[in-house]
Design a protein around this ligand. Structure first.
Ligand code: FMN
Length: 362
């Protein structure tokens, strides 16, 4: 698959602009999802567990493997089953906002091919929570066999007003809570001005409490989805810890680290000057550092999802070794193709060091 992707499919995708290619890929995955759903309905298992690999239980759910799809690829939840079929152990759909919104003007997605990186300034384009929930309600009647995380964020019109932000995201949480195995509150996208200011102890406390109460109000009991918070790599360590402690005290079960960065160190591509969030290998060192920092400060109880520049077994393992329970990726799938997911799950699954397995958790 990877040779086919590198030599045939990728040149085709890279020939058109990045966002057009993204929509073309999603349209074909959405089509393929129909077939994957039929297979799942017929009882064929979609989710894969590499041989010798123990699925892991976290957040009250069973993850067939530790490699997941990061938020942003399937913003509107069009293809939840296909990700399992591609070998991913979980997926984060979104970011979903309460209001349907168009996002920033195009062009807003750039390939930095010489750095195997992307810059995006999409700004949460999406169909809005009611539409995404309606679609997932229908699609998820067939179990995809992997946990579905839903990543939510503030609608652009409320950003800057702390109580309106909390109300808006609580509403989205209530709407999406029945479809989600876990919920990720995204306070770290650099592409909606002011959105990152939610990463302050008082504001994160109010936000996590509001979202948590909205989920409890659904009356799902033990299956109530856990709340995680997605953090920016651009926070300094002291603020990162202060925000993480406040969110934990307010009921967050863990963190997704990290989102894209505004930093532009060590890049070669002429497109590096484009505004927006950078993803890919340049993010990996900071992602690993942040995971280590959070694990040391929060102890073993917090669930940590490491993301940023995962592109091979080694980079996935370095996040796990730093303390991540699960790992996600996005940009490397664009450069290496969908076969990467299964390869990573196999490579990570066949090593013996994994933290919670070592601690006897299955
Ligand atoms: C095109 C694009 C869109 C993204 N959209 C979102 C998003 O909507 N919400 C979010 O939390 N993260 C979003 N991200 C960030 C990714 O989830 C991830 O944190 C980041 O890309 C680092 O991982 P990577 O280096 O494997 O790509 C997006 C990333 C890209 C490249």
């Amino acid at each position: 698959m990877s040779l086919l992707y590198r030599h045939l499919l990728r040149p085709g995708f890279f020939w058109v602009d990045a966002e057009t290619a993204h929509h073309a890929v999603l349209a074909s995955l959405r089509f393929a999802n129909g077939a994957a759903r039929l297979a799942a309905a017929a009882g064929l298992p979609l989710a894969t567990t590499p041989r010798g690999y123990q699925p892991v239980r976290l957040l009250g759910r069973l993850f067939p493997n530790r490699i997941g799809l990061a938020a942003g690829m399937d913003k509107n939840g069009v293809a939840p089953h296909i990700w399992a079929y591609l070998g991913l152990g979980f997926v984060e759909i979104g970011t979903v906002t309460w209001e349907p919104q168009a996002g920033n003007p195009r062009p807003r997605l750039f390939r930095l091919a010489s750095d195997e990186a992307l810059i995006n300034r999409l700004g949460f384009p999406g169909l809005g929570a009611e539409n995404v929930a309606r679609r997932l309600d229908r699609l998820l009647r067939t179990n995809p066999g992997i946990p579905i995380g839903i990543n939510i964020g503030a609608s652009r019109s409320v950003v800057g007003d702390a109580s309106a932000e909390a109300r808006d995201q609580a509403r989205t949480a209530r709407q999406m809570g029945r479809q989600a195995d876990f919920l990720v509150v995204n306070v770290s996208s650099p592409n909606t001005p002011g959105l990152r200011d939610q990463q302050a102890p008082e504001r994160i406390t109010r936000l996590v409490e509001s979202v948590g109460s909205a989920l409890v109000s659904l009356g799902l009991g033990l299956t109530t989805p856990a709340v995680l918070v997605k953090l920016s790599p651009d926070l300094d360590d002291a603020t990162m810890i202060a925000v993480a402690r406040a969110a934990t005290a307010a009921g967050a079960a863990g963190f997704v680290a990290v989102n894209t960065t505004l930093n532009r160190k060590d890049l070669h591509s002429p497109l590096a000057a484009e505004a927006g969030g950078l993803s890919g290998p340049a993010l990996h060192a900071r992602a690993t550092e942040v995971i280590g920092l959070l694990r040391r400060d929060l102890g073993q109880k917090a669930v940590l999802i490491g993301v940023g520049g995962v592109q091979d077994g080694r980079s996935a393992r370095s996040l796990l070794e730093a303390g991540a329970d699960l790992v996600e990726l996005y940009t490397a799938l664009v450069y290496q193709g969908p076969g990467l997911a299964r390869r990573l799950a196999f490579e990570v699954g066949s090593t013996g060091f994994i933290r919670s397995l070592a601690a006897g958790e299955t």
